[in-house]
Design a protein around this ligand. Structure first.
Ligand code: ADP
Ligand code: 3PG
Ligand code: MG
Length: 665
């Protein structure tokens, strides 16, 4: 994520002005569904816990720039107070001075909610005077109202001209989930389009068809598209005046590589009513005078197959009239199949989200978007003003020029099937944390991931990791390309198995198999010669450390193993500092000690080659890296990632390490 979030600044003692999306359904002053308020609690609690005060603003309904009592957010303040277990002051509609006075009373740990911002005339006009007034209420502006991010109003954009604008957690989650599936989805990408009108979603179809491998159509929009292709849809709901543009669009979209899939069967009814007569019919056999109100079971079965092979699924729009029980089976079956598929699943659109929840699998989807219109515009590829206004992370927050690397070293563990199963589970784990590899803003864009596996598992992994962005490496190799070296594996063979990295000089090879620096040096030169990136391990034993020889040992190993390697090649290499006493012992080096040694190694590189090489070469730490020490280690300026042994064997713990590292970046 390139946008600054509330994690990136000091909040203590500040008054935060938070734009939330509390546009909740209300009946007679009673909130009928508070999920939007619930979704905001993590951001609110975080800000309060960090020692800041909070002034929250939201809109409710469309009061058109004047106070209207039935759209007051006073009931929201009361409800929020209940959820938070602390008072929430309500700031009523009034003149600038009274609002400022009320807001400025808010101290660290206290919360106030401002009356519906759309009561003020300036709000929807993005009027600078009203923006300035709002900005005067806080020191920092946080926009967490993804649902309103497609609106350029004072509270969603204008305030950002006067105060630094940060993303809250909800906004961050939406940007990562929707942004990543749109910008760099993992393939196969399957898009499911349903809902009422094709004309509402033309932009979404065109944008996503250019990226997707499959696009599946259902709902009333599919009726229009099928009618455009000449099918007789009976009295089905279609947009009769849109048949020509629908046909044109289909023609355009069909030129691409995306496979367009229409229902093979439908549930047809003799009336638009819950108790209508209905029956399953082939898609081209809607009886005269009948209408299609849902997709049929054969369609659900066929789509389930497609979901089971998908890496990413985007769903917008229900596939039938899900509000009526007789016609909700299609949406239900599809939602359940998606949830069970193991793909990253992102649901956008108010009705599709409601249908997923009705099917009982809302919480099994990777992400349910909280924004209807906003998510549609994002899926169309549009830039949302409420996101554009958010500050970019500064230089210091942008990951170092050296992209951090998390390298798993499986050592002598895992059969081929265990390796495949690890990849499946890791992918699921990352998807559920929105860290899918390969997407911008997610783990792989700021982090490089590498698995160094036993030789026998390499081809299986090469297959399983395809298009995941995760690199593959081996744990050792012989320097010769081929020859009479019984039991050895050559760089050519590693290339052939899909490796791009190779670990060389691991302490277990040195200690147990007696490998010497000179032989390791031959391997480094050979790996480079065959286009493999060497991951060269160095490190001292406990005795050497106690004798105060840590640096001497490391520098000696480096000098010997890197003999004859060009400065350019060193710059592209990866070094791993692994104190031998920390490997597999559960005793990790202190983060500050690891940093000190790695800084010294970098200085040695600068002195031996030059500054440029020292700035480029990545230096990892290894030795009992675990989910609970990853964050502290990643915080160190010179540590560019980790070589992880035992804790990389389990997808859950490796996934948590990835998440921990990601949070630091
Ligand atoms: P979303 O909110 O997910 O973007 P839409 O608002 O486009 O979805 O569409 C939702 C509406 O489409 C629902 O009210 C549903 O009843 C209606 N719908 C879906 N399929 C049909 C159909 N075959 N005939 C009539 N209406 C349909
Ligand atoms: C490795 O190769 O990753 C190191 O030897 C560290 O192993 P550990 O994380 O199990 O201590
Ligand atoms: Mg809708």
């Amino acid at each position: 994520m390139t946008k600054k979030t509330i994690r990136d600044v000091e909040l203590k003692g500040k008054r935060v002005l938070l734009r939330a999306e509390f546009n909740v359904p209300m009946k007679d002053g009673v909130i009928t569904n508070d999920s939007r308020i619930q979704a905001e609690l993590p951001t609110i609690r975080y800000i309060l816990d960090k020692g800041a005060g909070l002034v929250i603003m939201t809109h409710l309904g469309r009061p058109k720039g004047q106070p209207s009592p039935e759209l007051s957010v006073e009931p929201v303040a009361a409800h929020l107070a209940e959820l938070l277990g602390r008072p929430v002051a309500f700031i009523p509609y009034g003149d600038p001075r009274s609002i400022q006075q009320a807001a400025h009373k808010i101290k660290p740990g206290e919360v106030a909610l401002l009356e519906n911002v759309r009561f003020w005339e300036g709000e929807e006009k993005n009027d600078p005077d009203f923006s300035r007034l709002l900005a005067s209420l806080g020191d920092i502006y946080v926009n967490d109202a993804f649902g309103a991010a497609h609106r350029a109003h004072c509270s969603t954009v204008g305030v950002g001209y006067y105060l630094p604008a940060l993303a809250g957690f909800l906004m961050e989650k939406e940007m990562i989930a929707l942004g990543s599936v749109v910008d760099a989805p993992r393939h196969p990408l399957v898009v499911v389009m349903g809902g009422s009108k094709v004309s509402d979603k033309m932009g979404v179809i065109e944008n996503l068809a250019a990226k997707a491998d499959y696009m599946l159509f259902g709902g009333a929009m599919a009726n229009t598209l099928m009618a455009a292709q000449g099918l007789d849809m009976g009295t089905s709901k279609i947009e009769a005046d849109k048949l020509d543009i629908a046909r044109e669009m289909l023609k355009e979209v069909a030129k691409g590589k995306c496979k367009l899939v229409f229902p093979v069967d439908l549930v047809a009814a003799d009336a638009f009513a819950e108790d209508a007569h209905h029956q399953v019919v082939a898609a081209d056999k809607v009886p005269e005078g009948w209408m299609a109100l849902d997709i049929g079971p054969a369609t659900v079965a066929q789509w389930t197959e497609i979901f089971n092979n998908a890496a990413t699924i985007i769903w917008n729009g229900p596939l039938g009239v899900y509000e009526m029980e007789a016609f909700n089976q299609g949406s239900k079956g599809v939602a359940q199949a998606m949830a069970a598929s193991g793909a990253m699943t992102v649901v956008g659109g108010g009705d599709a989200v409601a249908a997923a929840e009705q099917a009982g699998v809302g919480d099994q989807m990777t992400h349910l978007s909280t924004g209807g219109g906003a998510s549609l515009e994002l899926l169309e590829g549009k830039k949302l003003p409420g996101i554009q206004i958010l500050a970019e992370k500064e230089e210091a927050y942008v990951p170092k020029v050296r992209k951090p690397l998390l390298a798993a070293n499986w050592k002598m563990y895992k059969t081929q099937e265990e390796a495949r199963s690890f990849v499946r589970q890791l992918h699921k784990q990352l998807a559920s944390q929105l860290l899918s590899a390969g997407a911008p803003g997610t783990s792989a864009s700021v982090l490089e991931l590498l698995i160094c596996a036993p030789y026998t598992a390499l081809p299986a992994l090469n297959e399983a990791l395809r298009s995941s962005g995760v690199q593959l490496g081996a744990q050792n190799m012989h320097p010769q390309a081929q020859g009479a070296f019984t039991g050895e594996i050559s760089p050519l063979m590693l290339q052939d198995s899909g490796c791009t990295f190779v670990i060389l000089g691991h302490s277990e090879r040195r200690r147990i198999f007696g490998e010497q620096d000179a032989f390791i040096n031959e391997k480094v030169l050979s790996a480079l010669n065959y286009g493999l990136t060497p991951l060269l391990c160095i490190g001292e034993t406990l005795e050497e450390r106690k004798a105060g020889n840590t640096k001497k040992i490391c520098f000696g190993q480096l000098a010997a193993c890197l003999a004859g390697v060009s400065p350019e090649a060193v710059a592209g290499m990866v070094l791993a500092y692994e104190p031998v006493w920390a490997i597999g012992t559960g005793v990790s080096a202190k983060a500050s000690d690891a940093q000190e040694t790695i800084r010294a190694i970098r200085k040695w590189v600068a002195a031996t080659y030059d500054d440029q090489v020292a700035r480029s070469v990545r230096i990892l730490y290894g030795g009992s890296v675990k989910p609970d020490n990853i964050e502290e280690l990643m915080h160190q300026a010179d540590i560019d990632g980790m070589l992880i042994g035992a804790a990389s064997l389990d997808p859950d713990s490796f996934g948590r390490i990835i998440k921990g590292a990601y949070l630091v970046l």
